[in-house]
Structures are given as structure tokens and as C-alpha cells.
Design a protein around this ligand. Structure first.
Ligand code: RBF
Length: 347
């Protein structure tokens, strides 16, 4: 009953633009589509995690293009043990034509909920699950994303930049371990480093959560003490700790997911990108139009325009010497054109 009232209310709202028309024009009533309600389930918090900021932005932009589409954002917080219960409550409302979410753990959270609500549909980005009739997934080739950072990191570490030392040691700080990280991102980073010099080794540390910036700062300090001069950090809000330590110690940071050189100009030397806004915008648009195929798992690569590197930012150009950028340009040209492609292993 309550749902019907909400739906009627939205149908009236979505009809209203039909009453606005230029003088002298005759308007024939166009039947409006029924409301299409979308929930964005954020497994964590939006602030501090560009991958979730892009999820919300892309979904919102898609809905904004359709008068009958609505979006509600729900932050499920950092306690992963609560996610399934929260997803169940969301699906139980029956209010949403589509639930959009993102991260590699979400298929495991969603499948048991899908069994209880066979009419509910999901779009899960940054994840892989093939063949479930209620779920469409899209996985990014994150091996290529971290390869770009590894390649640049090795060039920076072996450059004459002031913070670089002769040790062939790079650092990687992560929040937690999961197959996309251990099978794509870690090997991708190592391969990028070793493509520049096979002698590189990685000092690899795990924080244990996505928010503890203090612990991340301590880990970065101990890595720098051990000879590391450039650190890739994949830890959401906890990245701030790595950035702060590297800033204080005159060392360098590599980021993924978004262009964030401005977080610490001169310290952040590379930002590999994952175009989640575009993926969310396009796939949600298709869902609204009824053309998104459920039961399908897509994998997208650099050559498709979903993975890239922010090489046009003035802060990158100011911070990184021209000879390093020239070698990076060459790599990016080969990756964007598909000439150099890394095939990720099954997860
Ligand atoms: N990435 C973030 O930036 N912030 C998060 O809060 C976050 N939470 C995650 C929770 C789980 C259980 C998993 C498996 C991944 C999470 N990620 C998070 C990582 C994200 O999915 C992606 O792997 C990285 O952002 C690299 O692209």
C-alpha cells in the first residue's frame, strides 16, 4: 500500500514536464514510463574512496537523463559482517528496480539475497560472477592498472629525483587481501616494476581495514626505513596515512582508481585510473532502457577506455621529469592502442 502511494506520487511528478511547452506549440500527451527506482548500495563509505564516489556520480548522471528514474544512496559502513543483512533489508522493501553496488566481495553478499528475492535485479561493478540470471557484473582489468603504476614507480625510483635512492625496492600497502588484489593488482605492479628493471622487489604490507590511516602511516615509515622510495597504496581512506608519511619523508606515492595528484602535489607521482563513472553511467542507462543483460559478466581493459593513467595533469608534468614521462608516454601509447595487453587470470 505504502509502495503504491510512493509510486503514484512519482508518476505524477514525472508527468509534470509534459505541461511545460512553448507558446503556440501543440502538445500531444506522451505516455510516461513508470518510475524506475535505483538504490546504490555502498559497501563502506563514499568519502575518501574515489571508486565509490564514481559509483554514485555515474549512477546519478544516468538517472538524471530520465525523468522517471530515481536514485537513493545507502552507505553500508565498514563492518563487512553486516552487509548481507543490510542488502536483505534493501531488497525486502521491493521498492527498487535495480540495486547497484561495487566491489569484488559483493557477488558473495548478493547471491544468498537473490535467492530470497527472485524478482530483484543487481548491477555489480568491480566484480565477477557469470551466469546468475538476476545479476550483471563488470570487472576491470586491474592488472593493467597497477602495471602502469609499477612501470612509473620503477622509473621514478631509478631516476635522479631528490627522494629516489639506489635500492631497487618499491612498496605496496593494501587494506585487505582478496583475489582481485592478489591475482591481478599485486602481480601487475610487480610486472610493471620488473619491466623497467628485473632486479626490483616489492615490500608488501596489509593494514587490515579500509580506514586506519595511522596504521598505514606507520607501515609506510617502516618501509621507508628499509629502503623503499615509492609506495603504491590501495587502501581507501587509509591511503591518507601513506601520503602523509611520504610527504614528511620526501618519498613518492602511486595511487589507483582516480586522479588525485592534488592530495599531495610533488609527492603523488602517478595516478592510474579506473573509469567507474563511465561504466556506471553506461550500464545504469542500459538498465533503465531495459537493455542491460542479466546473467552476464563483462571484463573491460585499457584498450576499451576503462583503465587509463592521468598523464595530462599539470601536477604530474611538474613533478615527474621529462625523460621519465617520455618513457611513460611510450608505454601508455602501446597499452591504449591494445598493442600491449595483459590478460588477467581467472579470479
Ligand atoms: N576500495 C575503496 O577505495 N574503499 C573501500 O572502502 C573499499 N572496500 C572494499 C571492501 C572489500 C570487501 C573489497 C573486496 C574491496 C574493497 N575496496 C575498497 C577495493 C576496491 O574494490 C578496488 O579493489 C580498489 O579500489 C582498486 O581498484
Amino acid at each position: 500500500m505504502k509502495r503504491n502511494i510512493v509510486l503514484i506520487g512519482m508518476a505524477l511528478l514525472s508527468l509534470s514536464p509534459g505541461f511545460l511547452h512553448a507558446e503556440g506549440e501543440t502538445e500531444t500527451a506522451v505516455p510516461e514510463a513508470k518510475p524506475f527506482n535505483i538504490a546504490v548500495f555502498v559497501p563502506g563509505v563514499v568519502a575518501g574512496s574515489p571508486i565509490y564516489e564514481q559509483l554514485v556520480e555515474g549512477t546519478g548522471a544516468a538517472a538524471a537523463g530520465h525523468a522517471h528514474a530515481t536514485v537513493k544512496v545507502l552507505e553500508a559502513g565498514f563492518n563487512q559482517a553486516e552487509w548481507e543483512e543490510k542488502m536483505t533489508s534493501l531488497a525486502a522493501t521491493g521498492d527498487y528496480d535495480l540495486i547497484v553496488t561495487s566491489n569484488p566481495a559483493m557477488p558473495f553478499v548478493t547471491v544468498p539475497v537473490a535467492e530470497i528475492f527472485p524478482g530483484q535485479k543487481w548491477l555489480i561493478l568491480d566484480a565477477y560472477l557469470d551466469g546468475h540470471p538476476q545479476i550483471h557484473t563488470l570487472l576491470y582489468n586491474q592488472m593493467e592498472m597497477t602495471y602502469m603504476d609499477g612501470y612509473l614507480g620503477a622509473l621514478v625510483s631509478t631516476s635522479d629525483m631528490t627522494g629516489a635512492n639506489p635500492d631497487l625496492k618499491a612498496g605496496m600497502v593494501v587494506a585487505q587481501e582478496y583475489p582481485a588484489l592478489t591475482r591481478m593488482m599485486k602481480p601487475g605492479f610487480e610486472a610493471g616494476l620488473k619491466a623497467v628493471d628485473p632486479g626490483f622487489s616489492v615490500d608488501y604490507r596489509v593494514i587490515g581495514n579500509w580506514y586506519d590511516a595511522n596504521k598505514a602511516a606507520d607501515l609506510a615509515a617502516s618501509m621507508i626505513d628499509a629502503g623503499v622510495d615509492v609506495i603504491l597504496t590501495i587502501a581507501g581512506g587509509a591511503n591518507q596515512g601513506v601520503i602523509k608519511t611520504c610527504q614528511e619523508r620526501g618519498k613518492y606515492v602511486l595511487l589507483v582508481d582516480a586522479n588525485d595528484y592534488k592530495a599531495a602535489p610533488g609527492t603523488v607521482v602517478g595516478c592510474a585510473l579506473l573509469n567507474q563513472s563511465k561504466a556506471a553511467y553506461e550500464r545504469v542507462n542500459m538498465a533503465i532502457q531495459g537493455t542491460l543483460e542479466f546473467g552476464r559478466a563483462e571484463i573491460v581493459h585499457t584498450r576499451d577506455g576503462y583503465i587509463d593513467f592521468a598523464d595530462q595533469d599539470p601536477l604530474y608534468i611538474e613533478t615527474v621529469p621529462a625523460d621519465v614521462r617520455a618513457r611513460m608516454d611510450d608505454l601508455l601509447k602501446r597499452m591504449r592502442g591494445g598493442e600491449l595487453h595483459l590478460e588477467p587470470p581467472p579470479l
